[in-house]
Design a protein around this ligand. Sequence first.
Ligand code: KIV
Length: 272
Amino acid sequence: MSVAKNDYKRITVKTLVDMKSRGEKISMLTAYDYTMAKIVDGAGVDVILVGDSASNVMAGHETTLPITLDQMIYHAAGVVRAINRSLVVVDLPFGSYQSDPKEALRSAIRIMKESGGHAVKLEGGKEVKESIKRILNAGIPVMGHLGLTPQSIYKFGTYTVRAKEEEEAEKLKEDAILLEKMGCFAIVLEKIPAKLAKEVAQSVSIPIIGIGAGNGVDGQVLVLHDMLGMTYEFQPRFLRRYMNLYEEMTTSIGQYVKDVKEVNFPSEEEQY
Ligand code: KIV
């Protein structure tokens, strides 16, 4: 599906809540730059997440921890310039909201002012509740993120499925209800059992967007470069690759190299 330039209605946080109440699933993908965001928006994706996965995908870091607020703003501003319809949600990076609610608010305000994004996302439940409250009080929409929270990777030690044990599952359910009560407009649930994710989705009225959380939730999110098959080392069970862009790009670039070496490019028609 492709959306024509003038044939769109902007997605808002309210649109998403309405979509949940009428049972319409929400599509969400990451994007970190203008060109990709233009394609994602034009293809009809409801929510573009400027994820801190930019730290891995764009900058080549092993974790999401190193990316800075300035770098997130740079990525988000390019995305915002590209979009006509999608809601743009921007991740608050590690260290920009955990230490103090006032700092969290300052970080969120910088994202909204300097990138033009429409909402922020942050990881955690009860532990970051004061930060969430501050940001919401300033009129900035907040998306929560529970389950596998990659900013805490050094606490978890691995990227395996979270909340398999009763105690962690109970805490996750409580956190989801708390986030809804505080006024978050949606929650991402990452890498948790499908049964638990479905239960959470049924227990709150705000949309639950899953990644590795089964199909009983209100929408799905994937990292764009993974679903396009540009990355090949990362192969979790939940990832569906819609293309093998890594191979296609390698072949095309290899052909270009060959054409240049053999003086097959440019041709007569490709010169002045
Ligand atoms: O940063 C990111 O890409 C994310 C998604 C995996 C949900 O948070």
